[in-house]
Design a protein around this ligand. Structure first.
Ligand code: DGY
Length: 324
C-alpha cells in the first residue's frame, strides 16, 4: 500500500503527478486554506505534510501527526509558520525550498524598485482612466535608480542576487546583517558592510531580505524610517512583520520617505488602515517567487524532500536548525 502524503493547498500539477507515483495524495484543491481542525486531520493521516507558509503548523498539528508524521515539507523558503522547537522535540523533519527562488525573488525586488521610483503603477492607472492628454514635462516625475545607493538588509541568497543586479545600474551597494560576508564575496558584490543606522542614512533604496525572527520583528519602525533620506524608498519582499506598517503608513503620509513597495505586509492578507489612500505605495500580494518555472521547481524540490523520507534518507533541504 502506498503511504499517504497530504498537500494543504494548490500545488503545481507536475509535482502532484510526481508525488502520486509513490503516494496516495490527500489534496486540498479548494483554493482556500484549511481550517485548524482540517489541518490536524490532514496531519493525522499522513507520513508527510506538504504545507504553505500560511498554514500554522503548531504543536497541535504536530501532535495530531502522532507516530505517523515524519516530515513537514514547507512549500517556500521561509518557515516562520512552523513551531520548529516542537518539531525537533518530536523528531519530525522540517524542510524548505532554499536556493531555487532567489533569482526570481530578486527580479521582483527590482521590479518594485523601478516601479515605485518611476511611478509605474500610478502612470498605468492614469492612462487606463483615459486621463492622459499628451506628453507633459512634469507628468509623473520620479526618482532615478541608476547611480544611486542600494542598501541591502539581509545579504543571504536573495539579498546577494538583488545586489548583483545593481552592477548593471552603476549603483553603490551597502549591506547589513549579523555576520559580515567573506571579503572575496564583498568584492564580488562590490558591497560595503555597514551598521544598520549607516545603511538607513546613506541609502536611496533600502531593501529587506531578512527572515522573520524575534530579533527582526519590527526591525523597521518609526525611528528607522526617520533615519532614511526623505528621497529614499523602502522595498520589502521578506516577511510582513519585519516592518511596523502603522509607522510606515505615517511615514509615507508625512513624506518622511519618498515611497515604499511591499510584496509582503504585516497583517497579510489584511491591509493596514490608510494604505490604499497612498499613491507613494505599491502593494503586491506576496508574489516574490511567483514565476511559472520557479514555482514548479520549488514544488518538485518539496516532493524530493518527501521522497528522501520515504527512502529512509535525510531530507535534502532540511531547515538550517535541523542540519548537523
Ligand atoms: C518564501 O519562499 O518564503 C516566499 O515568501 C514565497 O514566495
Amino acid at each position: 500500500m502506498k503511504p499517504t502524503v497530504a498537500v494543504t493547498h494548490i500545488f503545481p500539477q507536475i509535482a502532484l503527478e510526481k508525488m502520486k507515483s509513490r503516494a496516495e495524495v490527500l489534496y486540498n484543491d479548494s483554493g482556500s486554506s484549511l481550517s485548524a481542525d482540517r489541518l490536524r486531520e490532514y496531519a493525522g493521516k499522513s507520513v508527510a505534510l506538504i504545507s504553505y507558509l500560511t498554514d500554522k503548523i503548531d504543536a497541535a498539528v504536530l501532535d495530531a501527526g502522532g507516530d505517523l508524521l515524519k516530515i513537514v515539507a514547507n512549500y517556500g523558503a521561509g518557515y516562520n509558520n512552523i513551531d520548529i522547537a516542537c518539531a525537533q522535540q518530536k523528531k519530525i523533519w522540517v524542510s524548505n525550498t532554499p536556493s531555487v527562488l532567489h533569482e526570481t525573488t530578486a527580479d521582483l525586488t527590482w521590479a518594485m524598485m523601478l516601479g515605485i521610483a518611476r511611478r509605474i503603477v500610478e502612470s498605468d492607472r492614469l492612462t487606463r482612466d483615459g486621463k492622459f492628454h499628451g506628453w507633459q514635462a512634469d507628468l509623473f516625475l520620479g526618482g532615478d535608480v541608476y547611480g544611486k545607493t542600494l542598501g541591502v538588509i539581509g545579504c543571504g541568497e536573495i539579498g546577494k542576487a538583488v545586489a548583483r543586479r545593481a552592477r548593471g545600474f552603476d549603483m553603490r551597494v551597502l549591506y547589513h546583517q549579523r555576520t559580515r560576508l567573506p571579503e572575496a564575496e564583498e568584492k564580488q558584490l562590490n558591497a560595503r558592510f555597514v551598521s544598520l543606522d549607516e545603511l538607513l542614512r546613506g541609502s536611496d533604496f533600502v531593501t529587506l531580505h531578512v527572515p522573520l525572527t524575534d530579533g527582526t520583528k519590527h526591525m523597521i519602525g518609526r525611528d528607522q524610517l526617520a533615519m532614511m533620506k526623505p528621497t529614499a524608498y523602502l522595498i520589502h519582499a521578506a516577511r510582513g512583520k519585519v516592518v511596523d506598517d502603522q509607522a510606515l503608513v505615517e511615514a509615507l503620509k508625512n513624506n518622511t520617505i519618498a515611497g515604499a513597495a511591499l510584496d509582503v505586509f504585516e497583517n497579510e492578507p489584511e491591509l493596514t488602515a490608510g494604505m490604499t489612500d497612498l499613491d507613494n505605495l505599491i502593494i503586491l500580494p506576496h508574489i516574490g517567487s511567483a514565476s511559472v518555472a520557479t514555482r514548479d521547481i520549488m514544488a518538485l524540490l518539496v516532493v524530493d524532500n518527501v521522497f528522501d523520507v520515504l527512502d529512509g534518507k535525510t531530507p535534502r533541504t532540511l531547515i538550517p536548525e535541523m542540519q548537523q
